[in-house]
Design a protein around this ligand. Structure first.
Ligand code: BTN
Length: 256
């Protein structure tokens, strides 16, 4: 906890060498009443989870795998933008620590030269207008060399080490992220998400490209990614010239 520059986030910080998934662990802690700001970190996860039901590879000792408990009192519109806020805070932390700003792939992956550095998985209990708790789980590939990734990720995954040719302190990256996140999160009630959305626009791996977005159940939408709306949703123009606004989904082609 040395050097923590936050009032709330990370003040309660729990560490385990191994857990099933820090998101599952955080959900159990949230159910048990842990307050907003609690951070759960593990060196490795037996069942790290990704979006869309995928597994997340968490090589011990190489990455930063953690989850945060939130109890947001935000409007439904600002809640959707929390995913962008999280990605922007991590992108800023990576830029501060490595000296290189990575790209944000909508809605919330972080890439460098097309390789994925960071994945974010949010899980919520409650309704959009009454959230009991929200767990945001973040996985960062920090000190991986190519051989530390499973072969099937070899051409898609990257790490901070590969950006800069040296290792980074995972504790320092976490402190930097928590400081960025708390500052941006506490700013939302008064100032909204404009500054966060602007950063995401300026560091986007998605805008200006033709992309295909999976909407689940085999449905996809293809079009030109035009802009991010003020709540973080993606504005697309499809082949019929129709303007579409997507609040969530998964880019399966064309980004980066
Ligand atoms: C994705 O890109 O699919 C999201 C990956 C999220 C991975 C992190 S690692 C820490 C936390 N615990 C999990 O089980 N998943 C998230």
């Amino acid at each position: 906890k040395d050097g923590l520059r936050t009032e709330r986030f990370g003040r309660s910080l729990r560490y385990q060498f191994e857990t099933d998934s820090t998101n599952s662990w955080a959900r159990r802690q949230a159910e048990a009443g842990e307050p907003e700001g609690t951070v759960l970190v593990a060196e490795t996860q037996r069942q790290g989870r990704g979006r869309m039901g995928r597994a997340w590879s968490s090589t011990p000792g190489k990455g930063l795998w953690f989850s945060m408990i939130l109890r947001p009192r935000l409007s439904a519109a600002d809640l959707a933008g929390l995913m962008t806020l999280t990605a922007v805070s991590m992108a800023r932390a990576i830029a501060a620590v490595t000296g290189t700003a990575p790209d944000i792939k909508w809605p919330n992956d972080i890439l460098y030269r097309g390789r994925k550095l960071v994945g974010i998985l949010a899980e919520m209990k409650g309704e959009l207008d009454w959230v009991n708790y929200l767990v945001i789980g973040i996985g960062v590939n920090v000190n991986h060399e190519a051989a530390d990734f499973p072969p099937e990720l070899a051409d898609r995954a990257g790490s901070l080490r590969q950006i800069a040719g040296r290792n980074f302190s995972r504790a320092e990256l976490l402190r930097e992220f928590l400081a960025e996140f708390e500052r941006a999160y506490d700013d939302v009630p008064a100032n909204g998400l404009a500054a966060v959305i602007q950063y995401a626009r300026e560091h986007s791996a998605t805008l200006g490209r033709e992309v295909t977005v999976s909407q689940g159940f085999g449905r996809t939408i293809t079009g030109m990614a035009l802009d991010l709306a003020e709540d973080g949703s993606l504005l697309l123009r499809d082949h019929a010239g129709e303007l579409l606004r997507l609040s969530s989904g998964e880019l399966i082609a064309g980004a980066a």
